[in-house]
Write a protein that binds this ligand. Structure first.
Ligand code: ADP
Length: 758
């Protein structure tokens, strides 16, 4: 007899099973024949047919016969009776199992009526279970067809979640009553399981429906509320207004969450609550920021060039560098790029060209002044727990600009102050660092804001005062200041028309010739930029306005003769002209906050015992320069230097020069001392700049263009510069070079010869 091991069917005597032909090859080539008897045996663990061991087999199984084989080679077999394996069992080579079994009869402890009752009761449960379903009718017919509990359980076996042990238990249980109870339990458990699954999915659906409904209602409410608001705008209260603004602002999720939190507190607080004002200010601030990502209008370089040209005269190099930056940004499709640092004296156009860049890019503009900031919180904001907390200046600037990608000019980064109030420079670094600034958190706002699309431009008068890490992030563009004729052009094209417009003067009502403009510039201003010039022109316009009204509209012309009537102050004489030639005094050139400047180094011998006193500007560099100068003079003029033994030397270096640079006054001091000791005066129209080494070599200096401009402004005629700085002359305007005799020098001896001391 063939033995077929099963593991996943419920086997019951009296029930027929259909085996597809694909099943047979697994049984070592067995081909079923109609009428053949075989044993079904259930397997315990392994599912593979080929590797059965005797321990895998459960002892109770069924014998059955092949009843028919249809055209698709399906064998219909019927289980007939249960058997129990009792004896020697062996697995033969061809895979057949040889075994001895005994009968395994049912214990008939239930009457046929009782069984029928159970069957009908179960069928009823199943009818009502299938009824709500569309397929219920088909299922009903199917249920009706079951003649025994066994048949029912075998049919439902696939739907019931029974383990191999549970299936075997159904077969092994000899007591009919017990078996039928097991069967009942299995069927009822199946019905319950299906119900639970359905209930859960019903609940989920219910939940979803609720959410959808809630959303729909909210939306509807918003629409209706909006309509109401439009009908009665006077009834919109603060909370409602903020609610609408928050909805529309396009904030990032964090910001929106925080804003709604504050809004809730505002509602709870009520208008008379003492925190109301603070909460109101916060909401007002965050909702007036622009949160939406702004598209950058395409950069039109030609137009940008035109705008820069139209709004600022000169500044050729600066404009070139700006256009390069715009081109790089356009190519990279980025709204920001390297951080530009505009360095130069006041009034040289640094801030105003920032505005022109914004115009050229079609973007908004804001100026943030950093001068005198000593507290980190001024940059990054105060935490809201402080009374009177405010956002930092950066975010305030963003708000003023009204956009998320403005051009922001950070004015006077060299004027940040460092003391106990944290480190404003490192806060600023965070603002400028493209790695960090997309999630910049202002303490007041307490949520991140994306600054990565902001184009930052910094300005400074003197770059050496900028903290190193900050300076390293920037690309410096120098604004050298303007020559006199450039200033005339700026006055004519920009400053005067603007001043006239502001005072309400019409074109033609005021005329100022170029000659007079030159007089104003050289006689009334002494600056690298044009701020003073603008003030003078404003003053002329105001006086003109009065005169026009008094003289019933007669046009005014300012001439060399009547200029003094228009300007309050007397003209300033060039500094050099006020100076007399005197031994011990020499003109130097310095690079200062205001661009370039001249200064006079003065020395004096007073009766004493060989002491040296130095007053005025005294950086470390300067002290060393003084020592070198004294040694130099001693070695060059040993005889005259005897004077230093019986006299005290007093050297005065005026303030105003930048300490780090020193006024680059090594040669100036040496010349002053040499002049003093030899009693040979040097003309004040002779200016010089350069450090010296102990060997007497003249060393290079910085800021040559600025210094030469200052020399011209102050009336200097001849300038001695270090030979190594000759190459910087290409950066100096021709107009300046034309007005000066520039003599490059290499050694102190040369300097002394040129000045007539040696
Ligand atoms: P800074 O920021 O360097 O101190 P500003 O930009 O404030 O200087 O300039 C001061 C004034 O001078 C502004 O009114 C500006 O328009 C004007 N100005 C400066 N340079 C030029 C220039 N090259 N052409 C036209 N106007 C200029």
């Amino acid at each position: 007899m063939k033995t077929i091991p099963f593991f996943d069917i419920v086997m019951m005597p009296g029930v027929s099973y259909v085996f597809p032909d694909t099943f047979f090859p697994k049984l070592q080539g067995w081909e079923p024949k109609v009428g053949e008897t075989m044993a079904f045996l259930m397997m315990k663990r392994k599912k593979e047919f080929g590797e059965i061991t005797l321990g895998d087999l459960y002892p109770v199984g069924c014998i059955g016969t092949v009843q028919s084989i249809d055209e698709t080679s399906k064998a219909v077999t019927v289980a007939i009776e249960k058997r129990m394996i009792t004896d020697t069992i062996d697995i033969l080579e061809d895979g057949e199992i040889e075994l001895t079994c005994s009968d395994y009869p049912d214990i008939m402890d239930e009457t046929a009526e009782e069984t029928e009752k159970r069957l009908q009761a179960l069928k009823q449960r199943l009818y009502s279970f299938v009824q709500p379903y569309q397929w219920g009718v088909v299922a009903r017919n199917f249920i009706r067809g079951w003649k025994s509990m066994e048949q029912m359980v075998v049919s439902l076996a696939n739907q019931m979640d029974l383990s191999v042990e549970e299936r075997y238990a159904l077969l092994e249980t000899a007591s009919v009553a017990k078996r039928h109870t097991l069967m009942e339990e299995a069927v009822l458990a199946m019905i319950e399981a299906v119900k639970v699954v359905e209930e859960v999915s019903d609940q989920q659906q219910e939940e979803q429906k609720k959410q959808m409904r809630e959303m729909a209602i909210k939306k509807q409410m918003q629409i209706l509320q909006k309509e109401l608001d439009e009908m009665h705008p006077e009834t919109i209260n603060d909370a409602r207004r903020f609610e609408m603004k928050i909805e529309e602002a396009g904030m990032n999720p964090e910001a929106k969450r925080e804003a709604l939190k504050v809004l809730n507190r505002l509602k709870q607080e009520g208008e008379n609550g003492h925190e109301y004002g603070m909460l109101y200010d916060y909401l007002e601030f965050v909702t007036s920021l622009s949160w939406k990502k702004e598209e950058m209008p395409p950069v039109d370089l030609e137009k940008a060039e035109q705008i820069l040209e139209a709004e600022h005269y000169g500044l050729k190099k600066v404009k070139e560098r700006i256009i390069q930056q715009l081109a790089v940004m356009a190519l990279n499709k980025k709204q920001s790029g390297s951080i530009l640092l505009f360095a130069g004296a006041p009034g040289t156009g640094k801030t105003s060209i920032g505005k022109s860049i914004a115009d050229a890019l079609g973007r908004k503009y804001a100026r943030v002044s950093l001068g005198g900031i000593r507290d980190e919180a001024e940059i990054r904001g105060h935490r809201r727990t402080y009374i009177g907390a405010m956002p930092g200046r950066i975010m305030e600037g963003i708000r003023r600009s009204g956009s998320s990608n403005p051009v922001i000019v950070l004015d006077e980064v060299d004027k940040l102050v460092f003391d106990h109030g944290g480190d404003p420079a490192s806060a600023l670094l965070e603002v400028l660092d493209p790695e960090q600034n997309s999630t910049f958190v202002d303490h007041y706002m307490n949520v991140p804001y994306d600054l990565s699309d902001v184009l930052f431009i910094c300005t400074a008068n003197y770059v050496d005062d900028i903290p190193e890490p900050l300076y390293n992030r920037m690309e410096v563009i120098n604004f050298q200041g303007y020559t006199e004729s450039e200033k005339v052009q700026i006055a004519k094209r920009h400053l005067l028309p603007k001043a006239m417009e502001q005072t309400g003067l019409k074109k033609g009502q005021l005329k100022i010739s170029d000659k007079v403009l030159h007089m104003i510039i050289s006689g009334y201003t002494a600056e690298a930029g044009v701020r003073g010039l603008r003030k003078q022109l404003d003053a002329i316009c105001r006086k003109t306005a009065v005169q026009i009204l008094k003289q019933s509209g007669k046009n005014i012309s300012v001439s060399a003769k009547n200029l003094t009537q228009f300007l309050d102050e007397p003209p300033i004489r060039p500094e050099i002209a006020t100076r007399k030639k005197k031994p011990g005094v020499v003109t130097g050139l310095a690079w200062t906050q205001a661009g370039g400047a001249i200064l006079f180094i003065e020395s004096l011998l007073v009766a004493g015992e060989g002491k040296t006193t130095v007053t005025g500007q005294l950086g470390d560099v300067m002290k060393e320069s003084v020592q070198i100068a004294i040694s130099m003079v001693r070695s060059l003029f040993p005889k005259e230097a005897e004077l230093l033994k019986e006299n005290d030397l007093h050297l005065h270096i005026p303030e105003g020069a930048v300490p780090k640079d020193g006024p680059s006054a090594g040669i100036t001091m040496t010349t002053a001392l040499a002049s003093l000791l030899t009693n040979k005066p040097v003309s004040p129209e002779f200016a010089m700049t350069g450090e010296i080494s102990l060997q007497g070599n003249v060393m290079p200096i910085g800021g040559l263009p600025e210094k030469l401009m200052a020399a011209v402004r102050s009336g200097v005629k001849t300038v001695l510069i270090p030979k190594e700085n000759e190459r910087n002359l290409k950066d100096v305007a021709e107009e300046i070079k034309d007005q000066l005799q520039i003599i490059p020098v290499e050694t102190v001896q040369e300097v002394l010869k040129i000045t007539g001391i040696l």
